[in-house]
Design a protein around this ligand. Structure first.
Ligand SMILES: *[C@@H]1O[C@H](CO)[C@@H](O)[C@H](O)[C@H]1NC(C)=O
Length: 391
């Protein structure tokens, strides 16, 4: 009897499998609008989707969080954006380091169908994918902060070409191997700031502040106000309530005055030194964040408990005045966004598409292009960001 039941169970499973495959295929060819609500699917961690999957919108019932009906936003997130008041903003430039590994292997296999992903009507191989992410990064800045210049720091050997308005490719000599990438990034930031400082002293240029970010981020609101709202800081970092890694290195702002740049450089030099001496063995993606936290925590005046509130604060670390901005608004990330942050605050300014969420970044841009509504697009991100995607 027992054996019989088991046997029936297996038969059912075998019958069920093709159904799963067919359903999956139907979903991947379906239009975005017809997509299903598969609320619990994100629990199956091994499954990575090649199409958007919408789950519940976290933060429901909290008055200062974005509420959504489907992908329709019930609150507006853009309060007093720069577009309404273009003269008030400070000049801000964005800086991002970019490397695409155009290795022999990538080139060799890039034509294979299995290495291609399709978003909207476009298919991408591995290198094309990272260029697409970079282009969307630029697109979002040009929508949210259209007067901002963008600098892309690259390996001189990579011969990156991008023909976009307001974008400058700035090659910086260094060691760009995968395992040293985060170390190189700090070096490149320092190198870039020193070049700017030199240019500043040569001729009087308009002061431009700098925001160094990962390129898998979407700037969805104006950021220029931080330089006027907090007029004393030299350098800004984003924090979250996470004991082991309270600081994320994906967003670092530096005031563009000579003093600001000098103090910013000195701070980054210290981070670099701590990284090289203490964290070279850390996983290649984490060393810079661990070093950042170490430098901040090593200051005896620093009060760790300030990380537990979602409020910006300014503290002097060494010679630099450092502004700490909450990740929940300035570095909001979908997986934590629905968990630790309990939804999406209405004043969200930067969304960080960490891990396997680069597809979502491209899908979000496509959605914005056809709907022209940032708040609705944020609903899409809030509801689909807990899913892991194929890239
Ligand atoms: C956002 O919308 C929800 C749902 O309509 C509402 O309950 C909440 O009060 C709104 N929040 C704000 C700040 O307007």
């Amino acid at each position: 009897m027992q054996w019989r039941t088991m046997c029936v169970g297996w038969k059912r499973l075998i019958l069920f499998l093709p159904a799963v495959i067919i359903v999956h295929h139907m979903l991947s060819v379906s239009e975005f609008q017809k997509q299903t609500d598969l609320g619990d699917l994100h629990n199956e961690r091994r499954v990575k989707f090649d199409h958007l999957v919408l789950g519940p919108a976290a933060g429901e019932g909290l008055p200062d969080r974005l509420h959504c009906q489907g992908t329709k936003a019930l609150n507006k997130t853009r309060v007093g954006s720069l577009t309404n008041n273009p003269s008030s903003g400070e000049h801000v430039a964005f800086v991002s380091m970019f490397t695409a590994y155009n290795s022999a292997a990538d080139g060799l296999f890039s034509g294979r169908p299995s290495d291609l992903v399709t978003v909207g009507k476009t298919s991408y191989n591995k290198v094309e994918r990272s260029i697409a992410v970079l282009n969307v990064f630029i697109n979002f800045i040009q929508v949210s902060m259209p007067r901002s210049n963008i600098f892309i720091l690259t390996d001189p050997a990579s011969e990156l070409r991008l023909h976009r308005d307001m974008v400058t490719i700035q090659p910086i000599q260094g060691e760009y191997s995968r395992d040293k990438l985060m170390l190189q990034r700090i070096r490149s930031y320092i190198g870039f700031l020193e070049i700017r400082l030199e240019k500043m002293t040569q001729r009087r240029e308009q002061v431009s502040h700098f925001i160094f970010t990962d390129s898998d981020m979407a700037v969805v609101n104006d950021l220029g106000h931080i330089f006027t709202d907090y007029p004393t800081f030299d350098l800004a970092l984003t924090f979250r309530n996470n004991h082991d890694q309270p600081l994320n290195s994906g967003f670092i702002a530096v005031r563009g005055t000579a003093e600001g740049i000098r103090r910013g450089v000195a701070f980054l030099r210290e981070v670099l030194e701590v990284y090289s001496s203490k964290y070279m063995k850390a996983s290649r993606m984490l060393g810079d964040q661990l070093a950042l936290s170490w430098v901040v925590r090593s200051d005896p005046k620093f009060n760790e408990r300030r990380f537990s509130k979602r409020e910006a604060f300014v503290v002097k670390i060494g010679d630099a005045s450092v502004l700490f901005l909450p990740c929940s608004s300035y570095n909001w990330t979908p997986p934590e966004g629905a968990g630790q942050f309990h939804g999406m605050p209405l004043d969200v300014k930067v969304v960080h598409f960490k891990g396997s969420r680069k597809r979502l970044m491209l899908e979000a841009w496509n959605f914005w292009s056809s709907h022209s509504d940032m708040s609705d697009m944020l609903c899409l991100i809030l509801r689909s960001g807990r899913t892991k995607y194929d890239f």
